[in-house]
Design a protein. Structure first.
Length: 277
């Protein structure tokens, strides 16, 4: 059972969705919530190619970014505390100056779930499509991460992308143990050129979910297409509120996060994405 959430604070629309969702979980389940804000000094202070007058320009730009990031950090923290007070929640806040990924990893030691907008930054910038911080965190976080879209998705079903790998098994187990969508119907999708293998994998995941009381539909898909493409199409054409996945195969996670298509799942998510590497 989930006891504590780590929320990454940001200025974007998806970060607002993340904050509202994390606070709703805390309010409805009586769990703790900690919000992390900060200044990404690794990015802001990164060296740039030398040019005539470049040092002065760099110092001016660095100072401006730092000032904006610090102002945003303060405002976001104040807004979070005010929102929690209005919701009757006791908030905890953390802040950092430095590496956002290291800060988030350290803070996550005391939580069960990390909640973030897909484009959260700590750089004095409003957003980035699948930010560097989120991308790195998804590869290395010691806790599952719930990535939030720009708009709250309508209440709907759960789609589990399952390939039988250890990360997929862990993601499914953690999703069940956290239990935030325990009353929803679950669709298990497994994609493989071998249809029989896809069927066996979908069946194993479905059996585990039924053991925990879920209503499950199995969707084994025989296809040579990249699993990322198949899953993205299925999620887009179904009433899916949350997509659950581990590192889908050797290529799938990279494609989902950093694929060449402009409408990748993580770049412009339509649903919540529950992910564990």
């Amino acid at each position: 059972m989930m006891k504590h959430i780590l929320l990454l604070l940001g200025e974007s629309s998806s970060s607002a969705v993340a904050s509202a969702h994390a606070r709703r979980l805390a309010r409805e389940s009586g769990i703790g919530i900690t919000a992390l804000s900060g200044v990404d000094e690794i990015f802001i202070e990164a060296p740039m190619p030398g040019t005539i007058g470049g040092a002065a320009y760099r110092a001016q730009m660095e100072g401006g970014l730092k000032a904006r990031a610090e102002k945003a950090q303060q405002q976001l923290t104040e807004n979070f505390i005010n929102d929690c007070t209005g919701d009757g929640i006791a908030p905890t806040t953390l802040s950092f100056h430095g590496d956002p990924v290291e800060a988030a990893r350290a803070a996550s030691a005391g939580c069960d779930l990390i909640v973030a907008g897909h484009d959260v930054t700590f750089r004095g910038l409003r957003s980035e499509s699948t930010s560097d911080a989120v991308s790195q965190l998804l590869r290395t976080a010691p806790r599952p991460v719930l990535i939030c879209p720009d708009h709250v998705p309508p209440e709907g079903d759960v789609l589990v992308a399952y390939d039988g790998s250890v990360p997929a098994m862990r993601a499914l187990q953690l999703f069940v143990l956290i239990g935030s969508w325990s009353g929803r119907r679950v669709h298990v999708s497994s994609v493989d050129p071998d249809g029989d293998l896809a069927g066996r994998r979908a069946g194993m995941a479905a059996s585990y979910l039924r053991l925990h009381g879920y209503e499950v539909d199995e969707h084994p898909i025989a296809s040579t297409a990249p699993p990322a493409e198949v899953i993205e199409i299925q999620a887009a054409h179904s009433r899916i509120e949350v997509l659950v996945m581990g590192a889908y195969g050797h290529r799938g996670l990279k494609e989902l996060l950093f694929g060449s298509t402009t409408q990748s799942i993580m770049g412009t998510p339509r649903s919540f994405v529950f992910l564990y590497h």
